[in-house]
Design a protein around this ligand. Sequence first.
Ligand code: SF4
Length: 352
Amino acid sequence: MNMAPILLKNQTAESLHAALAGDGVTPRMARLIQTSVIRHNAFPQAAPGISARALEKARASTAIPDLELVEKTVSPRDGFAKYLFRGELGDAFEAVGIPILHRAHDRKLIVCVSSQAGCGLGCAFCATARLGFRRNLAAWEIMDQVVKIRADSDLPVRGIVFMGMGEPMLNYDAVMTAAAILSEPCGMAINAKSITISTAGIVPGIRRFTAERRRYQLIVSLTTADPQVRRDLMPVEKLHSTADIIAAMRDYHAAMRRRATIAWTMISGVNTTERAARELAELVRDLPVKIDLIDVNDPSGRFHPPSRDELNAFRDALRRHIRAPVVRRYSGGADIHAACGMLALHASNPPG
Ligand code: SF4
């Protein structure tokens, strides 16, 4: 009976060893295969101290899956590079290479990856929401976004953010496997602290992440502290209330002694007021957090980012009311539809 090959890029070195131990693969050999596949997208040819026969046997039991690059667009304005990939089942999904160039001696790339094709959470300001949920990506499909972008860039990949298409906590196992491969020394060797898992507020996911003591950064997209407004903007509020999300974040902080980050997608006139800042302060009283401010990038034109004055006033209000680091994240690449889901939306609905 022919067995399906074991997919590489879908395994940590440890699980690869467990899967191939019957073929005589040792832990050292598994690490060697992992390094070659993750860093060079190729099975190792030879290695000191490992017989060619053993390698050949392992090669015959495995396969290296590959994403198809459908489209790549680079912003002439800020160098953001958006990639549209197609995986094993045909649905397209996106990743973005974000160059960090502000220090001449420390030029690097952050890669924003998708965890699902489409998304079922229906946030009102998000292009991906319009695609609906298509499917969860396999760990290798998440991994390979990074492998492909790394091979395409002159800059070293130093960080990963799970903030592309999809809700990572609803594809938890594949996301955590991909993150483990990205961080293990024989994989991409990216510092776990430079890997960020975001969630729109899936409370069981936050709780599992805490119970498993995951070392990655956690970002919770809150966007408003008013549950009524949140129900309209982020319907996930109907499943997991703001109060439950904050309770899970408190437990995360208590267990990990780490601040989670609150992501705030700024929408002019909606969540950038003095009142919005006060409501957030009330909600996170005594809970150490960080706050990331992100401009809304709404393809429908319904929501607009704040003006410079509005942004400054909101930032000042946050600093007055909350003792937390407040950072405005540059959401670049607007000229190439770099906001999550926009390229895939264009691909599935090409302009006529
Ligand atoms: S913002 Fe994130 S969670 Fe909300 S619909 Fe878009 S991809 Fe899904």
